[in-house]
Design a protein around this ligand. Sequence first.
Ligand SMILES: [Zn+2]
Length: 102
Amino acid sequence: MPKAIDELGKTYGRLIVVERVPSAAGRGAVWRARCKCGRERAVLGTLLRAGLVTSCGCALSRGATRRESKEQRDPVLLVMQERDELRRLVESLRDQLKKATT
Ligand SMILES: [Zn+2]
């Protein structure tokens, strides 16, 4: 039996993988992931790794309401903003770690 790729603790877009979900044999690993908005969903590991699922669906609904907004959201810009957020988070964690160890 092939070993599932360990996705625990990994982040994909807005999702953080929190648990392995038992799935039918041959269907691939299914994971429970918690979205930034607080909701959880089960998702196939292959979809996560392919970048096809990056939220519980809230990111999509945000895109669906785009017509109501005058400002058009550039998906590339959104990704860059998220990366920026992540970088700041990592930097602040690094700072905290430095303070804790010195
Ligand atoms: Zn969400």
